[in-house]
Design a protein around this ligand. Sequence first.
Ligand code: ADP
Ligand code: ZN
Ligand code: ZN
Length: 737
Amino acid sequence: MLVGKFANVVIDISHEKVDRLFGYIIPETLRDKLEVGDLVEVPFGKYNAKKEAYVIEITDTSDYPEDKMKEIIDIVPNAVSVEKDAILLAYYIKDTYGSTMIQALKTVLPAKKIVKPRQNKKIVRKLGRDEIQSLYGECIRKKQSAKARVLKELVNETIIPYDIVVSKLNVSPQTLMSLTRDGALTVEIEEVYRNPVTNTNDEDNKLILSDEQQDIVDTISSTFDEDDPSKGKFLIHGITGSGKTEVYIRLIEEAIKRNKQCIMLIPEISLSYQTLMRFYKRFKDRVSVINSSLSQGEKYDQCQRALNGDIDVIIGPRSALFTPFKNLGLVIIDEEHDGSYISESTPKYHTNEVALKLCEIKGASIVLGSATPSVDTYFRAKSGEYRLFNMTKRLTGGELPRVSIVDLKEELKEGNKSIFSRALIEKIDEKLKKKEQIMLFLNRRGYAGFISCRACGNVIKCPHCDVSLSRHYGGKLICHYCGYETKDVNTCPTCGSKYISSFKAGTEQIEEALKKTFKDIKVLRMDADTTKTKDSYEKILSAFKNNEADVLVGTQMIVKGHDFPNVTLVGVIAADLSLNEADFRTGERTFQLLTQAVGRAGRGEKEGEAIIQTYRPDHYSIIHASNQDYLGFYNEEISYRMLMDYPPCGKLLHVLIQSKDERRALGLATALMKRKTEGVRVIGPAIDSISKINDFYRYNLYVKAGNEDRIIEYRKVMEDFLKTAPLKSEIVTFDFQ
Ligand code: ADP
Ligand code: ZN
Ligand code: ZN
């Protein structure tokens, strides 16, 4: 421990003007107690208001005259302190993404306060295998589907985790109580955390790795002993079902053998019960799963277990990256292209980048995995930064679905104005008759203000930026990158058709249209409206899995995770929706979504089919997605990025300027634009596609440069300018694209 006289602290106030270190004297009583990372209480400002602050440095000397310095009051009781490595990481986040140090520290701090941990519950089987089996049969007959779900899992396991059953199998505590009364199980509580999985003889049924898998495991795990972290960066590009998860599990085992710990990141909602159980069975009480709905007490509990060395593996969404392991050896990011890895609030950090930094600090290896890697990651893999592995075969057999593309322009020509093409109607009918299930996917994300022609497929775009123009009040079409404006149109400028408009259909309309077209059809709908409550997501999925509906209609939420063996048809209502967002990444996002959506069909025994409806059947994202051809897509996409100087070929920073006063927003944006430094190009200011939210007017600047350092330099100039500018309601946020 460092015994010093002075401490430099960051005050817990998120304001640019106090975003620096403040020096305090450490009182005698704290000198041998205080450590870097501790949360303390200090007098602050003219009136010595008590504020909390994190200790960043402890020193013997101070530049400031000692008689003018104040003393630290005390260490805050029951607070969680920041690890030293986490402070380094916070500096990196602050510098790269732009935030105050206190915001960055709070980002890397996994739990804020010490709270009494909750009890751990498990479900223990009380009947023999055969009795459970027959009870299961009885529940099926009586259509008690929730009970049946639990019993099915208890046939082969004698203990299962309570939380996972309740959340992932969507079983209510009442159902478990009823099963307790039936004598089938008991719910037991433990004070000490013990992971609740029985030791089935899984040593015996461990899979034998394929040569491809074995090679990947050997190569990657050989870097666990290296001191040079630059050797341990990998990308696994493998189609769904090619055995990536099995590779992750083996890699984690290898790391644990070397007394190292692992963090495995997953997109928010994608882990199924079955996959979770695979991890539990392998790592028993050494693994812990966290999710975003965890309480402070639970988060604190997880941190302590990691710090104490009680667990070796943590699985969770992006915030799990900040789990404080002592000897971190491996970070895995599954579905690395997923949008949930970019933080929505300041600092808007990119998990992949921060993970790289963390691995560099800790000397750990990093493995990214995806069936559709992000263009940025793949580009970096091709340039040698990540070592690339390809997994091309499905291990459990099963063919990729047959995909056909339907041209919606042709439908209109033939007089079909409905949202379903004739081919889709025919297929839905066929599947309904066979009692097979259908998923209909509307790739709509929030706002879609673009204008397209239903007769020729033309989309009105900015002549300078190659992104779609958005319709605004007052009869204007606006590019929200550069501010280009043009008059709104009534007829298509290309073909003269009057069928030119923004796309209006939502999931509700699709549901209605289905009910009108097919008698007695049972439809489940999943979108932002139907998933507002905590477990509605799992509820809808498990109802669908139980064959309680014929069709699941939904937005991007339905393309992730969970296998539905009885789904043999996937229909994409209008692939153009995501293609025409006003953003340079639309081609990439569309490819990823379509590939995932199409891959939902035919996961079981029966062959799957998919129909993609679109006005642009010749678009490369759509064609390559229908062929499940990643490389074909990547090559076309990267040449577009190269041409337009978009990332990863160039770097792009989005600056959002908001104010309650529209003139002030535009004025500040213009002032910032004028501060531009050498080597950057600033585009804008332009009004955002959503011009006002919560009474705040929104303006954009886009900063382009060949390398990131140039942009960071300019961002610092902007930040310095903001510190002295007379701001009122203005808010400026930075966001790397
Ligand atoms: P991915 O994560 O790429 O979708 P998984 O690891 O989940 O793939 O594997 C897909 C399926 O193949 C799983 O059911 C898994 O149990 C099985 N599997 C994985 N590796 C092997 C193997 N070496 N031999 C046999 N089956 C395997
Ligand atoms: Zn037209
Ligand atoms: Zn433009």
